[in-house]
Design a protein. Sequence first.
Length: 538
Amino acid sequence: MQIIRADNISFRYDTQSGMLFENVSFAVHEHSRIGLIGKNGCGKSTLLDILRKKINPDEGVLYHKPELSIGYLPQELDLPPANSGLSFLWNSNPTLAILKQKIDHLENFTPEQVSSILSEYERNRGYAFEVAIEKITTRFGFDHDMLTRKILSLSGGEQTRLALCRILLKEPDVMLLDEPTNHLDIKAMDWLENFLNEIPIPYIIISHDRHILDACVTSILELTNEGVVHYSGNYSFYKQEKERKLHQKVHIYDEQKKKIKKLKIATRKRTQWAHSHQPETGSEGYAPVYECVSNLAKNAMRQAKNLQRRTERQIEEAEAEKPFIEKKRYFHFENLQVKSKQVLKVENLSKIFGSNHVLQNINLHLMTGECVAIIGKNGSGKTTLLKILTGHLNEYQGEMSWSPQVEIGYYSQDHENLNFDNTVMEEVAYGDKQKQTFARTVLGCLHISEQLIHNPIKTLSIGERSKVALAKIIVSGANVLVLDEPTNHLEIAAREALEDALESYTGTIIFATHDRFLIEKIADRVINMDNMRKEFSV
């Protein structure tokens, strides 16, 4: 049974000259597990907004099952920071939330009022709702202490889990999840995979995490500006099938080119024969305009013109079906290694926020040319450590020293190093014209189009801003890269391009991430912040 159907949906923002996407058609059924993928800025989040009727399409028809309940998880959460997690969950049912507050203060009411409150609470299934909160929060790994804390004190991953709890409490018919893995640690992502595999609710998930897309979805929708392409399988199937279809199109195009070549040769031969035999054919001898019906040269020229028209049709058909093969771009770094053998030495580093010991007695030695991954659960201090290493946090205990030759390029997941009023090229090339060629190459590798490089950064999507921030530190010529969740918000193609770039980087890298593919591909050593004594090689 269809619960959502989109027929030829098209959308355009007022600031755009053309459509963001066109002719988008697909259906969501009761058992759908759909992965929605596509380049940054192609309109994936906008499409979810259309599906939940937040905005209207410019063209096309959207169908919803009557009284459809949609659970929506946005890419950027905006939870009330001063509320406790528990009150946030109760407020998903305002009627029960008010009754619960009264029940918590029954001493303020008369016996008759208490009886009325308890009856209304039971009538509204309040006790069942309590059980539901208990079951869901336990399943999501929340204990009472965490739920009574202010949301402001929760990590990004904990806030994501809390938002998912609230969605499930509303018992939706379908879930729309916009990049739920962005702030989850590796353990939480493993949990999310299990959750998505077990949940009976259909969903559409926007994700660039290849593990999630392989383990959880049963179909892939690839969004382009011309519509969506549907693949009945997980991400690995999508990749193989897309490659197979591309090879098939290339083969057909090559065969068409061979036919066109043969037609051109035949046309040329008949034309040449007609011209050379004009004086020798027909009853009237020389016939430059081929007036005589019996003139063989006239017949040959007619055949040549027919062949030419046929060739032109074949060329038009071939060009219309010509497969688009995206040009692969690569860039290489100069030798960026420092001369000293060790670039960083950290001894007994500690950091306290209030009464919270975020870092305690951290010891770290980073060698020249080494690539070290920092992992750990949310709140374990990964970002705090990187901010201290880059000088963005100056109050700490312990000793830290960099080699004098070190030039650090720091990528912050909050994009705090970007001037949003600058254009992309101004920000990446630092106004240096000599760097613009390299900047264009790096931006192209990260799939920032030529059309965007002169746009202000504030007009870009979150994913596009991430690419600009990454390009900026790559172009800077830094010999040490300190990267905080560098693949967050990047589409898969850009992640793979970044992996290739970092793999060829000759300097030193230290990066915090939950991206399992990135760790497996480039890390020489992994440090687990949950237990700094456990360091191991990949």
